[in-house]
Design a protein around this ligand. Structure first.
Ligand SMILES: Cc1ncc(COP(=O)(O)O)c(C=O)c1O
Length: 406
């Protein structure tokens, strides 16, 4: 069998990718993607594979619970009790009592009737969107929603229309143009992962109510981060009936794996049989389930973690803005430091690393061309002294790379 033609057709794509990575990471000091970091379980520091210790400023573990002994012990207890995996998918032999306990806890935290836990946040978003709507329905997505939601839209077969980021007036124009015949579902991220801004939910709700449209929000970067006690966008805006369908992950503020959807029992019963990643993929492992449950409980017992994240994020943001650094519309723990070109972002990340901190660049196509950035995330592990150190390093590096005047 001669497969050379197939490989020859792939070759230009492989070469283009290799060239792109080389153009940004041409020197070991500029290497940013796929670097293995060893975490320290009692600090925000990591050790990279160059042997050096850095303050991690781009990690997702918002609540600072990664490596927390209580969470690790809960994972170990689940391992001891249930072993390293489950016996298949949830619908068959793959459900363990711990799944039900975790689902009850998530439903309680999110103030909904029930929850369903999936193997990842990605699986939730593709599964829920793809399973709930179909041809004849319309999905109206904020231009910046996460890729997993975009993929769910593609899988659904519904008509998909995008509206301008965080712009309820533009959403209304799109709703006016959409077909009133099928279901209309507006999809937002509660907190946008690349910009750290919050969806203007009350205004979006008002618009949606005029057209009978449902709202689905992704709480990935909101759980543990916004709202007085970390319960996300509804708590942030002071009312728990603003969203029709909430989804989220257990891999960010909650230091585990997995994803969840909360809704009425009736809708979740339907999704059990129609969300394909739920039906056709193995259930969440016992250790991850146990860890997620413990972390959710700690979040509720220790609201000071959320308060710390919010306070220190605001403090770092105000220092950066005061020094003339562009942080876009950030208002949460995600703070983008906007650098311009992809090369500028790499230059800046390299200078930050020399100053002792890891701030990871996000370049096109993940963000629009010309808006490459370091995506900074503040966690409850960052002490006030860490934030002071990081601020100093960000400013020194900004001067060295002409991001601000020296
Ligand atoms: C907004 C958002 N939604 C969903 C996901 C997917 O979650 P997971 O990593 O648990 O699959 C992510 C992860 O990066 C995300 O940022």
């Amino acid at each position: 069998m001669n497969s050379s033609t197939g490989w020859e057709r792939l070759e230009p794509k492989l070469e283009a990718m290799a060239r792109r990575v080389r153009s940004l990471e041409w020197d070991p000091s500029r290497r940013n993607s796929f670097v293995p970091y060893e975490i320290e379980t009692d600090s925000a520091y990591v050790r990279a594979d160059d042997g050096e210790r850095y303050l991690m400023m781009s990690g997702y573990s918002y609540l600072g619970l990664l490596g927390d002994p209580r969470v690790t012990e809960a994972a170990k207890a689940a391992l001891d009790k249930y072993g390293t995996g489950n016996q298949g998918v949830r619908a068959l032999a793959g459900t363990i009592p711990l799944h039900h306990e975790l689902e009850a806890e998530i439903a309680q935290v999110m103030q909904r009737e029930a929850a369903l836990v999936f193997g990842s946040g990605y699986a939730v978003n593709t599964g829920v969107v793809g399973g709930m709507v179909g041809p004849g329905d319309t999905l109206l997505i904020d231009k910046y929603v996460h890729a997993s939601l975009v993929d769910g839209c593609k899988l659904s077969g519904a008509t998909v229309t995008r509206w301008r980021h965080n712009d309820p007036e533009h959403l209304e124009r799109r709703l006016q143009m959409s077909s009133p015949d099928g279901m209309r579902v507006v999809i937002i991220d509660s907190v946008y992962s690349m910009d750290g801004d919050i969806a203007p939910l009350p205004e979006i709700r008002e618009v949606c109510d005029r057209y009978g449209a449902l709202i689905m929000s992704d709480e990935a970067h909101a759980l543990g981060v916004i709202g007085k006690t970390g319960r996300g966008i509804e708590e942030h805006f002071g009312s728990f009936d603003l969203v029709d369908l909430k989804v989220g992950t257990l891999s960010k503020g909650i230091p585990s794996m997995g994803g969840w959807v909360v809704a009425s029992k009736k809708l979740l019963l339907y999704l059990r049989y129609h969300a394909r990643p739920f039906l056709f993929s193995a259930s969440l492992g016992p250790a991850q389930t146990g860890a997620a449950l413990a972390a959710l409980r700690i979040m509720q017992q220790e609201p000071e973690r959320v308060e710390h994240i919010q306070r220190e994020s605001a403090r770092l943001r105000s220092i950066l803005v005061g020094a003339g650094i562009n942080v876009g519309d950030s208002e949460t723990a995600v703070i983008p430091i906007i650098c311009g070109s992809d090369e500028n972002a790499y230059d800046y990340a390299t200078a930050c690393k020399k100053a002792g901190i890891v701030g990871l660049p996000v370049v096109s196509p993940a963000v629009p061309t010309g808006l490459a950035r370091l995506r900074i995330a503040i966690t409850a592990r960052h002490t006030t002294a860490d934030i002071d150190f990081a601020a100093e390093a960000f400013l020194t590096a900004a001067k060295q790379t002409n991001l601000v005047a020296a």
